[in-house]
Design a protein around this ligand. Sequence first.
Ligand code: GLV
Ligand code: MN
Ligand code: MN
Ligand code: MN
Length: 397
Amino acid sequence: MGFEEMWRDLAPVGRSAASGGYFRQPWASAESELRAWFAQECAARGLTVETDGIGNQVAWWSPDSATGKGVLTGSHLDSVLDGGAYDGPLGVVSALAAVDTMRGRGFEPSRPIGIGVFVEEEGSRFGRACLGSRLVTGATTWDEARELRDRDGVFLADAVEVAGLDPSTGLLSLEHVGTFVELHVEQGRDLFDRDVAVGLASEIWPHGRWRFDFAGQANHAGTTRMEDRRDPMLTYAMTALAANKQARLAGQRATFGRISVEPNGTNAVPSLVTAWLDARASSDDALAEMVDAVGRQAQDRAGRDGTALTVTAESVSGSVAFDPDLAARLAGLGDWPVIATQAGHDAGILADAGIPTAMVFVRNPTGVSHSPDEHAETADCLTGVEALADVLEELAR
Ligand code: GLV
Ligand code: MN
Ligand code: MN
Ligand code: MN
């Protein structure tokens, strides 16, 4: 099946009729369907899929001509809540199509070429970004991860079991991976502004998630005088404004995109507001400074509001510089610009684990991502497939 047919087949899986966005949560039905779809597409190409104990998948094209460490490509199939179609699946579908392209060209790899799919890249269910690749590289251990809970209180260990997987059977081994290349839709407008369809990644900004728990006192919305309140929503609101100002002044990024409120009633001052800060900056120091500054301002505000604040770091990733020699070598294949990204990727986790890694970006004309409005033109996706095939041939010849 060609790129466009595969893309058409995936289009309805996990799609919301209301928004047109995708809900492909890990270890739930849409994602299981995608995992089965991937295995079937690999089988149709004569590739056998290995699924590890938590749902990561890999299939190797390893003809007799291929020896030594392999070149792995691929991405993820899960989405954020109400996400776009391209973030993740574009890298997987392009990898399958690139294998067809290389075969069509009569290319005989001298190294194995693998297609990988990592689970829970978005961290949208259990809160840890790139959880599948972190577990595979050992950046996170199963003993730490198994106790994570989703929004409904389900433990990760139970979710994995319900999905029919068994972590005791082991995780993917990266022992035979010599290089990793992830193709991804661009999540900003850099390529669009440069008027090119394809680019490569130089670096990923350091980024992370911090949970802010603001505790106050539940009380009556009518009878409690304004000056008598201990209102955690107020502390949270001022913190969100402070974070936004801090990031704007420093040229960094700060977002509160998720909050939960208890008891969440219209006519009561809340007892607890939990809000998650997603912060990203151009250097590790700048990130630490920004998060510290937001935390200090939040503490100060909590003191004045009579509320109590605790801040907990969750899934923090340091800055990643992709292999510069590799990027320079690949950039020459197509005159592709090499650009930085503020989005996290499994490629960053594998690069951190010492695997020479590159990323290929495909132009996104809306510049919008983590939203149903994310887009890539079919012609650009097909250009991306050709580019990925060129890259894989260069690395596996
Ligand atoms: C993942 O896509 C992230 O950067 O949040
Ligand atoms: Mn992604
Ligand atoms: Mn994403
Ligand atoms: Mn990502």
